[in-house]
Design a binder for this molecule. Structure first.
Ligand SMILES: [Cu+2]
Ligand SMILES: [Zn+2]
Length: 197
């Protein structure tokens, strides 16, 4: 009887460990920063069938429309956030939802900040994933989420003429892991993911 109990506890532990790992990856929150390095709020990323959903909860933006994209590098160095690179574009397409030769995988519809500069919105990156593969937002070192001063016109090259970058958040496993309580399962997952690259 005792043997079975040990077995059951073992299985339970294994289940907890594996589910912690996949949870880290399929749903996590990132922080968005302005060019001064102040937090503007959060973006919650979640894995969905054939897309990644991003739930935004932000303050401190200029009221009105803003372009928002996934950019190719997980680097948010202010004040210009040029370090984030170009739009996430694993298929080598052109920019813009209205472009017949488009669009970049990282292109998304504009978001709108209310008169108080707040954004409570949900956007999605079609065809992207938080798991492995060509379209993974966590591929290599990761990517970043960038918001622009003005709206993306969906057509202008190379990036929709949306103006300067006013907010940036790093999409990276390490950051996600840091936000979780420092327990052994999380550490194990973190190391494993690092190896996967
Ligand atoms: Cu952008
Ligand atoms: Zn683009």
């Amino acid at each position: 009887m005792r043997k079975y109990r040990v077995l059951i506890v073992g299985f339970l532990l294994l289940w907890v460990l594996t589910s912690c790992n996949s949870q880290n990856r399929s749903m996590f929150e990132i922080e968005m920063y302005n060019p001064d390095g102040d937090s503007l709020g959060t973006a919650k990323l979640s894995e969905q069938p054939d897309e990644v959903k991003i739930k935004l909860s932000l303050t401190g933006l200029e009221p009105g429309l803003h372009g928002i994209h996934i950019h190719e590098f997980p680097k948010c160095e202010g004040p210009d956030f040029i370090s984030a690179g170009s739009h996430f574009n694993p298929d080598g397409k052109e920019h813009g939802a209205m472009n017949p030769k488009g669009q970049h995988k990282g292109d998304m519809p504009n978001i709108e900040a209310d008169p108080d500069g707040m954004v409570e919105a949900e956007v999605s990156v079609k065809g992207a994933t938080l798991m492995d593969g060509k379209y993974s937002l966590l591929k290599d070192e990761g990517t970043s989420l960038v918001i622009h001063e003005g709206p993306d016109d969906g057509l202008s090259q190379p990036a929709g003429d949306a103006g300067p970058r006013v907010a940036c958040g790093i999409i990276q496993l390490e950051e996600a892991a840091e936000k979780n309580p420092p327990s052994d399962p999380t550490k194990g997952g973190k190391e494993k993911k690092k190896e996967e690259g």
